[in-house]
Structures are given as C-alpha cells and as structure tokens.
Design a protein around this ligand. Structure first.
Ligand code: SF4
Length: 672
C-alpha cells in the first residue's frame, strides 16, 4: 500500500508516498505532485527511517526520582491537568506557558493555541518561528502587510536575476535550489551574499562574502549604487509605494566604498551586484536565517523589502521577497496563531474586535494581556512562568546559551513534553507524552510558499502513542473546556471558519498540489503571488534602516566571529535525522569550519580536535580547515548534542521580534 504524505523535514514541502507492508512503513518514494515534482533530496528519501526506531516513546512517562515510570494516559493527563489548574489558581493563567511546534500539523498547532487562550486563558503561546523567522513576519508585515513568501516556488524559474542572501539554499532547501539552478542554466544571473562559500556559489555570477551582521550596510550600498545608476523603478515607486524620499536620502550615506569598510566586500563588487539586480526585468530575492537571526533581524528584513520596492520587483512572476521557511510547518504554525501576539490568520491579539470575533466562535472571553515570546518564557521560568508544555520542540538544544536554558528549565514547577523520542528537553521533564510521527496521523502542513498540503495516515500509532491533536483535546476537556473532534478535518473546518486566509481550505480541496493562501472562499483557486495589484497594507512602505554591529564583536580575548547553521544531512537538533542510518552514514560528528589563514596562525590542521569557547561555554569538536569561509569567521552546525553550538551562542535578541542573534558571537579557538 502507498499513502500520500508530506516530507517531515524542510519547508519546501515535497510530497511523497509512504510505502506500508504488514502495518509497517518500509520506505518512501517521490510523488509526482507538489513542489518536489517526483523528486526528493537525501533527507526526504530517508524520511521513513526513524519511524520504527527502537527509541520511539510508546507509553506516557511520569518522573520518579532521577528517572521515569510508565503510566496510563488517564494518569498522565490527569496529572498534567491538575498541575495546570493548580498553577492557574495560585499564580494566574499567565503562569502557564505553551511551546507549539513547527513539526506538528496545522490542526495540532491550532488546538494548542486554542487550549492556551480558551481553556487556560493566556496568550503565552509561541514556537520556534521565534528563533527563525519572527523578524520576517514583523518586517515584511510592516513593509507589505503580509509576513509570508510573496511568490511561489514554481515561478522562481522565471527570474532573470537572483539575490540569495543568508540562505544556504542547496543544502537547506535542496529542491527549491534546483529551480534556481535551472533558471541560471537558462541564463539568469545569480548573486550569492554569504560569509561562506556555499554550494550555490558555484553557479553564481558574483559572490559577496560579507562579514556576518553587515547585511544592512551591504543592501543600503546596493541601493545607493542603483539610484546612482538611475536603475530605480520610478513608475512603481510613484504608483505603489510611500516614503521613498526618506530612503533615497538615507542611502546616500552608504556609498559602496563606505560599505566596503563595514562588510569587507570590495566596492566594485557591490556596484556590480547593484547593476545585475537593478537592471534585471525580473529579480527574485531569497533569504533565510542569515538575515533573520540578528539583533537587527527586523531591520535586515526591512532592508530586503526596500531593495525589492526600489526596483519594482514585487507582485509579478519571477520577482518577490522570498523568505525560505526552515521547518516543514513553521509557516502553518504561524498561520494558525501559535504566536503570542497573533490569533489564527494573523489577526492581532491586541485588537478587541478580533478577540471578540474569536471569543464568540470559541464561546469564551479571550485574554487581552500580551503573551510571552519563547525567549521570554525561558527567561521567566520559575518567576512569571511556573508550568511549561512543550510540544515536539527541544529548547535545550535549539535555544541560545544552553547552560542558561538548562538552569531556567530547572526552575519550573512542572515541565510537560510531548515527543517522539527522549530528547534532551524530555529528559528533564516531569511528564513525557508519546506523540506520533507524520506517518501515523492525518493533517496538513503549510510549505514555505503558503501552500497547504494534506498528509494521510499510513499506519496505526506505535504502542500507545497518540497524535498531538488527540492529546490536546483530552487535556483541554479535563481543564473544563471541551475540545472534542472526531478527526482533524473537523479542526481544519474550524480553522477555515475563523481564519480568513484559510476560509476556502477544506480536506476535500487539498488533493493534488494543495492550495496557497489566501484562499478567501470555497471557490477561490488560491494565490500563488501576493501583492499583484496592491499591497496587503495598501502602499508598500520604505523604511530607513541603519547598520548596527552584532551585540558581541570579536576582541582580544575572543578574536573570531562564530556563525551557526545546518548541514544538508541533518535536521535541527537531530532527534530524527540522527536516528536515520542513511543520514548518519553521511555525517555523524560535530565539526567547525575555520579559515585556512586563521587555522595556520593557531597551528590547527584539518581534522584536529579543537576547543571553541565563548563567554557562555566551550565545546570540543573537529576542525575543517577551508579557504571557503571568510577569514575571522567560524561556522558550527547546531545538530550535535555532544558539541552543541548553542552552548556558545549569545541570547541577545532583536528588540522588536525577540529573535536571538545565532549568527554572530565572539569566540576563541585553540587546539584541544
Ligand atoms: Fe524534504 Fe525539503 Fe528534501 Fe523536499 S527538499 S525532500 S521537503 S527535505
């Protein structure tokens, strides 16, 4: 039997067939529909390998001393419900905090935020979008009125030029990168802006190897050069935008020679990039966490929006500002309201009208107090926050400054984790609830280009594991707010009734290639390109943004700059990929990339064990000496618990979006 599903890894959202024999998943095959078009990358091809892994959690666990004992679902859920009720009574609803999951379905994320808001009465709901694209949502909403990828994956192939900044696309979104490469082979020009020599650089007309944390200076200088050459789109600026004059005046302060001093990119290269992007008929800008994970994350995003507005590259095929979402359902988790300030469909929690509408639908009064972000929840543990429910996330590995996170989680009165495996965070929980994999449930995921796609249950849950939508419904009902759904399609019908961008979405309509929101009615075909006639906010808005250095810069004691990221073969904290034989066969060891000149100065050779230390901790791992990383910069992937990169990272955050600065902190390297 083969069952249609969606790859559980990246936001490209390739469909796949899950092959089932005798009730077990035995393999996957590519699916002709969806973004992958009959292809999968190595992670997709291996997506079945963790499903039956011997480490799967199959019974609820309750802490007993230093370990756990098995429990029934009734006992575990009664305990969780009683702890939440008690905390609510003693400390108030805002003492309870929820972390939703970019790996869970839309239906599950919707239920978790409904549980938080309607059953408990708090806006303390957030998820890992805080750590990857919260600055995108804030910045693009301010510039355009919508925080999502403006174009669809297919129409990238129509672009004449690309600027890819802060995205290692071919390793992180392989089957989307394939479209860029096809366009380049057809004649499109590619500019890569990245401190590292990433695989896509091979196809680039230009590689701008800027220092981490200098994106604004680089983009302002490109705009300076575009205006100097007269390549701005005056007609578009006049008809569709506002506040251009302020931007024009501001970028005069950023001649390419000035930006060269900040970015390390020669002025001539900046001018050449400006010429390529500014003179293209259709230029597409792609970015990811190299842009968003900075204390200037929102301003970095605004800067990308400025460049697209200046050149009229928005609202047409082959153009746009295209943030590439990392996790398979980080877009959907945001869409359905798993954010402290936004209700389903990006309706503002601070808006009394929106609260009234949702309150009527949910037959309750919604809380008006703003909720805590993920980073604020962790920092508030033991103080404002007494109880935390974490659904399928692993903050002990994924949040910055691991030692600090561990101390904070220890301060909680009660920690509940629903998980597939005993993650680092589950290990310190009071109750662990066994959840199911993508193959064991029905639901929907929303891909990076706003495409809602259906996954179908292929096998029965392992042991006593349950889907999160069932767990959340049971818990809510125990808390006195009944959430009873026969199956996830009923939950999607409810999402459609409360979130205008999903209004026309239903399971009946989600066969084939899915639907891209906004889908305002049951007859609407979906929206592949946003802002075609006018922006969601009316006129697109230019913003004046100034370069600001990272929170922590190299000094005598910590002379190098660390930047973190992922590798092609692993996913986030490795709970799934490090249980996949095919993937661990490729890479199964932590490493640090260091420039060959830095390595020579430090007496380090390729393959040596080295110690990397920051003001927050130190880790030991293997050196990969390369000429492909900018001098003065060190790169470490964050998948490996034996040398966790986040032991080193800085938890300084962007003031508005609260995204941490994973991409830049000062470190010292020595031979181990
Ligand atoms: Fe899965 Fe992304 Fe690879 Fe597609 S590109 S198979 S969605 S990991």
């Amino acid at each position: 039997m083969k069952v249609t599903s969606v790859c559980p890894y990246c936001g490209v959202g390739c469909l796949l067939y899950v092959h089932v024999r005798d009730g077990r998943v035995v393999g996957v095959l590519p699916h002709p529909k969806g973004p992958g078009e009959n292809r999968l990358c190595i992670k997709g091809w291996s997506a079945h390998e963790f499903v039956h892994h011997k480490d799967r959690l199959t019974r609820p666990l309750i802490r007993e001393g230093a370990g756990f004992r098995e429990a029934s679902w009734d006992e575990a859920l009664d305990l969780v419900a009683s702890k939440i009720s008690e905390a609510k009574q003693v400390y108030g609803a805002d003492s309870v905090a929820f972390l939703a999951s970019a790996k869970a379905t839309n239906e599950e994320n919707y239920l978790m935020q409904k549980l938080a808001r309607a059953a408990v009465g708090t806006n303390n709901i957030d998820h890992c979008a805080r750590l990857c694209h919260s600055s995108t949502v804030t910045g693009m909403s301010r510039a355009f009125g919508s925080g999502a990828m403006t174009n669809s994956q297919e129409d990238l192939e129509d672009a004449d030029a690309f600027l890819i900044i802060g995205s290692n696309t071919s390793e992180q979104h392989p089957l989307l990168a394939r479209r860029v490469i096809r366009a380049v082979k057809r004649g499109a020009k590619l500019i890569v802006a990245d401190p590292r020599d990433i695989p896509l650089t091979e196809y680039a007309a230009l590689h701008l190897q800027h220092r981490p944390g200098t994106d604004i200076a680089l983009l302002n200088a490109m705009m300076n050069a575009i205006i100097a050459e007269g390549l701005q789109d005056d007609a578009f600026i006049k008809a569709r935008t506002k506040d251009y004059e302020a931007l024009r005046e501001h970028v005069q302060k950023y001649p390419p020679e000035y930006a060269e001093g900040i970015t390390g990119v020669p002025a001539a290269k900046i001018r050449e990039a400006a010429h390529i992007y500014g003179s293209a008929e259709k230029a597409s800008l792609l970015f990811s966490m190299g842009i968003t994970q900075h204390i200037t994350g929102v301003n970095n995003v605004l800067s990308t929006a400025n460049l697209a507005l200046l050149t009229g590259n928005i609202g047409r095929r082959g153009t746009g500002v295209n943030p590439l979402r990392g996790q398979n359902n980080v877009q959907g988790a945001c869409d359905v309201g798993a954010l402290p300030d936004l209700l389903p469909g990006y309706q503002r929690a601070a808006d009394p009208e929106a609260r009234k509408r949702l309150g009527e639908a949910w037959k309750t009064t919604l809380p008006s107090e703003p909720g805590l972000t993920l980073t604020e929840k962790v920092n508030g543990a033991g103080d404002k926050v007494k109880i935390m429910f974490v659904m399928g996330e692993n903050p002990l590995m994924s949040d910055p400054d691991t030692n600090h996170v561990r101390k904070q989680l220890d301060k909680l009165d009660f920690l509940v984790v629903s998980e597939l495996f005993m993650s680092e965070t589950a290990e310190v929980a009071d109750v662990v609830l066994p959840a199911v994999s993508f193959a064991e449930k029905d639901g929907t995921f929303t891909a990076t280009d706003r495409r809602v796609q259906r996954l179908y249950k292929a096998i029965e849950p392992l042991g006593e594991a349950k889907p999160d939508w069932w767990i959340l419904g049971q818990l809510s009902t125990r808390l006195g707010y009944a959430m009873k759904y026969a199956d996830p399609s009923e939950i999607m019908d409810e999402i459609a009734s409360v979130a205008p961008i999903y209004r026309g979405v239903s399971y009946e309509r989600l066969g084939g290639d899915g639907l891209r929101w906004p889908v305002p009615s049951k007859e609407h075909p979906g929206t592949p390109i946003l802002h075609t006639e006018k922006f969601s906010r009316g006129l697109g808005k230019f913003h004046v943004v100034e370069h600001r250095p990272p929170a922590e810069e190299p000094d005598e004691e910590y002379p190098l700059l660390l930047t973190t990221g992922r590798v092609q073969f692993h996913w986030h904290t490795g709970t799934m990929t490090r249980r996949s034989p095919t993937l661990i066969d490729q890479v199964n060891e932590a490493f640090a990339e260091i420039n060959e000149r830095d390595a020579e100065r430090l007496g380090i050779h390729f393959g040596d064990m080295i110690m990397v230390a920051s003001r927050r901790g130190e880790i030991t791992l293997r050196a990969r000496v390369t000429g492909g990383i900018k001098e003065g910069v060190v790169f470490i992937p964050f998948h490996f618990s034996e040398a966790p990169a986040n032991m080193l990272t800085n938890n300084a955050v962007d003031a508005e979006s609260k995204i941490p600065e994973y991409k830049a902190c000062a470190v010292r390297v020595s031979r181990a």
